[in-house]
Design a protein around this ligand. Structure first.
Ligand code: PMV
Length: 332
């Protein structure tokens, strides 16, 4: 039995849209900060038939829908293809029993799939002796953003070119101790979102804004965001990442069919945080993934004030997270 733990990451340059949906080869590079929680634990073991179980934080089993089960089965099939590509065709048994234990409410823009599929990939690394870069490819095959949770700190998913299964992989830009930022997560709703990101990516290219977005990331935003991180320039990081998050949501809202993930609470929280940072000179930035949840990324000196602001938001669930070290294998 192999056990691995992992956690989500929060994107500063967002991944939205693939050049190859089946292999989850992204259309552009993306960039994120790995978080230290909430932690997901995955165990894999050899079994006569393949199975997947999901346990909730309270120890109860969650019944998985057909779509979820099919996604895991598809991930394992793609992992097998990638292992052939990495010259390790017999590294995993023909059938695996997978158990997932997660403390993350799914579908609220807290990247539960990134944590789950990076943990599955990490567990396979325990069987197959792969490099972290190769393991990020395995993670990507379950959920594109999962590639960025294999290692910690600041991670880039480099899109690469062509349709080779291993063409897009994650690379660490800087380790967690380079810049110990915090992510105070404000979730207005813990209801499951209606359209998941897999479906959303498939429609991204129908937005008239999509190609300009891809070009902007390639030419400017990704290299400039890396530069801001390396120089620990918070103002620059805030300007680029907020522009990119809003740009992704404009693509989502103009694709066909349109996707509206943000709600009135999201817009209210953004407006209030803009006001607060101006009046109190706080190093805080906001960003949102595929959900109404607002991530408030801030420096250590602003953490208490931002947490206080977050906890004052009525009806919201707050998670106080910080930069983390990525996935690990657990003994036993
Ligand atoms: O990894 P996926 O397929 O769940 O896509 C993630 C998409 C965003 O969270 C919206 C952006 C990102 O880069 O994490």
């Amino acid at each position: 039995m192999i056990k691995a733990v992992s956690s989500p990451n929060i994107a500063l340059i967002k991944y939205w849209g693939n050049r190859n949906n089946e292999l989850r080869l992204p259309a552009a590079d993306s960039l994120s900060m790995t978080l230290d929680g909430p932690v997901v634990e995955v165990t894999v073991e050899q079994a006569p038939t393949a199975s997947v179980r999901s346990m909730l934080a309270d120890g109860n089993e969650k019944t998985l829908g057909e779509k979820d089960i099919a996604r895991f089965a598809n991930h394992i099939e793609l992992i097998k293809q990638a292992l052939v590509h990495f010259s390790a065709p017999d590294a995993i048994p023909a059938s695996l029993a997978i158990t997932v234990k997660s403390a993350i409410p799914p579908g609220i823009g807290l990247a539960s799939s990134a944590a789950v599929f990076s943990a599955v990939a990490k567990a396979v690394q325990g069987l197959a002796k792969l490099s972290d870069e190769q393991t990020s490819v395995l993670a990507r095959l379950g959920s594109g953003s999962a590639a960025r949770s294999i290692d910690g700190g600041f991670m880039a998913l480099v899109a690469g070119e062509g349709d080779d299964i291993g063409a897009a992989k994650a690379r660490q830009i800087a380790p967690a101790d380079h810049w110990p930022l915090h992510d105070i997560v404000v979730a207005p709703s813990v209801a499951h979102k209606k359209v998941g990101s897999t479906e959303g990516h498939a429609g991204a290219a129908t937005s008239p804004l999509f190609l300009t977005r891809i070009e902007n990331i390639r030419r400017e935003r990704q290299p400039e965001c890396i530069d801001a991180i390396l120089k620990k320039d918070f103002e620059k990081l805030a300007a680029i990442s907020e522009e990119d998050a809003l740009d992704m949501h404009r693509v989502m809202e103009t694709q066909s069919p349109p996707l509206h993930y943000l709600n009135d609470d999201t817009h209210r929280i953004i407006a209030e945080i803009e006001q607060l940072r101006k009046s109190e000179h706080l190093s805080v930035l906001y960003t949102m993934d595929a959900g109404p949840t607002v991530h408030l990324i801030c420096t250590e000196d602003c953490r208490k004030r931002i947490a206080e602001f977050a906890k004052a938001q009525k009806g919201c669930t707050v998670f106080e997270l910080k930069i983390g070290n990525g996935s690990t294998l657990v003994a036993g």
